[in-house]
Write a protein that binds this ligand. Structure first.
Ligand code: NAD
Length: 503
């Protein structure tokens, strides 16, 4: 690690002000591309979270009674400021997270798209009614804001993931406490410098820095009504259990092992490039990154092993802030930390020890001038068996496994036996195979000739089975159901004659 004497000390943003937490512990925030220390992030404790929740609770009553169209004013301003500061925010993501600039720009676009969608809240949170559902009786469903919501975010999308929730929560009349990832806190510092210019009343949107101590304080807090979590499945499960115990709403999105199924009729000249972007973009650290290629038939398997490995070999690896990679959306940057690098390299060795064939080995990759960076080059392992450690584990790095199946049924069965069910794609020209895949595969987000089937903000985002611990997914009008209580009114008025003569 490269040392600096005076790393910038980050603050929380609570009740409309920047506040130095009472935290006793701090963590270095590193640029994963070269190991430079960018800042020191405080690990907030219970008292800091209490302060943020108290501010959010204090702001709730007035904010929830503000007309919905007025609440959308600051949200629209936020969209405008995010657009004006687009490039700086994308560079901030790249600097602390290590993804390529084209990837960071794509992340910002999706974040802004979510803010745009939330501006439609006057329509999104409308209720329903039925007139004369029984004799002289009307039924009505109101959708009402609930209270204080907390959000706990992962490191891999420091801007986009918080925005799957934040704009919807506040536009629908709730107040919000965000606990960003301690590995990438700078992106939200930059966003909150914009949020404070939008005109939200103090306490409506709050930011707390910290690790699992801050998360757990938020989850256990009696004055928090609901939690949105995105991260690894073991933590997602714990959060969902804690929310169930403490009577909170919860949506907890977890880990993934996304398959790409290649059928014998797939257009390989197009497919290989598409698979490369899915598997290696963001150094394999997207929750929608494919990390397993399932080939149906011997010939498909041989061709994919050969062509995919050759393409992966020619992919650039380097510092994403290097001007040469400014527009290269395939350039593979570092993984997030040295711990992540060691874990991924160990998993590659486990694969080899379990009998996989190493077609391309990215271990030992070094980038001149980036001695402190955490690089692993593209790695491809073939002859991997269903049920092996590599197949069962979310690797979360630029590591791809290739498996062979005799039929589509076998490939779908392998996906459906997996613990996770986030995304899955099929490459085929056959409508019959595609239809079977989309209806029979147990994954929440399906791609047909699309390697990263990440839904746009107008549609829900979330997996199935061990990839989600919730009934309601993120984004779109779906998440508005999470942030609003449905209250059902059944009403009747007797004729005025019963009360006496009409006026
Ligand atoms: P992580 O689970 O380690 O951390 C996520 C957040 O939880 C962080 O803010 C962290 O501080 C906090 N945390 C960590 N341990 C905790 C604990 N014991 N109790 C309470 N809070 C805790 O995940 P990560 O490494 O930051 O992110 C990568 C993971 O996130 C991958 O598994 C990836 O698949 C997943 N992810 C999923 C989606 C999705 O849509 N399903 C999207 C992005 C990332």
């Amino acid at each position: 690690m490269v040392e600096t004497n005076n790393p910038r000390l980050l603050q929380n943003h609570i009740d409309g002000r920047w506040i130095t937490p009472t935290a006793a512990d701090f963590l270095d925030v590193q640029n994963p591309s070269d190991g430079r220390v960018l800042a020191s992030v405080p690990l907030s404790c219970q008292a800091d979270v209490d302060q943020a929740v108290a501010a959010a609770r204090g702001a709730f009553r007035a904010w929830s009674r503000t007309p919905v169209a007025e609440r959308c004013g600051p949200v629209r301003k936020l969209a405008e400021l995010l657009r004006e500061n687009f490039e700086d925010l994308a560079r901030q993501i790249t600097e602390e997270m290590g993804k390529s600039l084209p990837d960071a720009r794509a992340e910002m676009k999706r974040a802004i798209e979510n803010v745009d969608v939330a501006c439609g809240m006057p329509t999104l949170m409308q209720g329903e009614n039925i007139t004369n559902c029984a004799s002289d009786i009307d039924g009505e469903v109101l959708r009402l804001p609930i209270g204080v919501f907390g959000m706990i975010a992962p490191f891999n999308f420091p801007a986009m993931v918080p925005f799957w929730f934040l704009p919807y929560a506040v536009a629908s009349g709730n107040t919000f406490v965000l606990k960003c990832s301690e590995q990438v806190p700078l992106t939200m510092q930059a966003h909150f410098r914009l949020i404070e210019k939008c005109g939200f009343p103090p306490g409506v949107v709050n930011l707390v820095n910290g690790d699992k101590v801050a998360s757990q304080s938020l989850v256990e807090h009696p004055d928090v009504d609901g939690i949105s979590f995105v991260g690894s499945s073991p933590v997602a499960r714990q959060i969902a259990e804690a929310c169930a115990r403490t009577g909170k709403r919860c949506q907890a999105l977890g880990s993934a092992k996304n398959y790409l199924v290649v059928m014998p009729d797939a257009k390989l000249d197009r497919v290989v490039q598409n698979m490369l972007t899915s598997c290696l973009g963001c150094a394999g650290q997207r929750c929608m990154a494919a990390s397993a290629i399932a080939c149906v038939g011997d010939e498909t398997y041989q061709q994919v092993c050969e062509q995919f490995t050759a393409a992966a070999k020619s992919t650039s690896v380097g510092n994403p802030l290097d001007a040469r990679f400014e527009h290269d959306d395939l350039a593979v940057g570092p993984v997030i930390s040295n711990d992540a690098k060691r874990r991924i390299e160990n998993l590659i060795q486990v694969g080899v020890d379990e009998g996989a064939t190493l077609l391309l080995d990215g271990r030992g990759t070094e980038i001149p001038g980036c001695d402190g960076g955490h690089y692993i080059g593209p790695t491809v392992l073939a002859n991997v068996q269903s049920g092996s450690t590599l197949e069962r584990t979310e690797i979360f790095g630029p590591v791809v496994i290739i498996l062979k199946f005799d039929s589509l049924d076998e490939a779908i069965a392998a996906i459906n036996q997996h613990e996770y069910g986030n995304g899955a794609s099929i490459y085929t020209q056959s409508g019959y195979w595609a239809r079977r895949f989309k209806t029979e595969t147990l994954a929440g987000m399906i791609g047909i000739n699309v390697g990263i089937p990440a839904p746009v903000a107008y549609l829900p985002f979330g997996g199935m089975r061990g990839s989600i611990f919730a009934d309601i997914k993120g984004q779109s009008k779906e998440v508005v159901r999470f942030f609003t209580e449905s209250k059902i009114v059944t009403e009747r008025y007797w004729p005025e004659d019963d009360l006496g003569p009409r006026a």
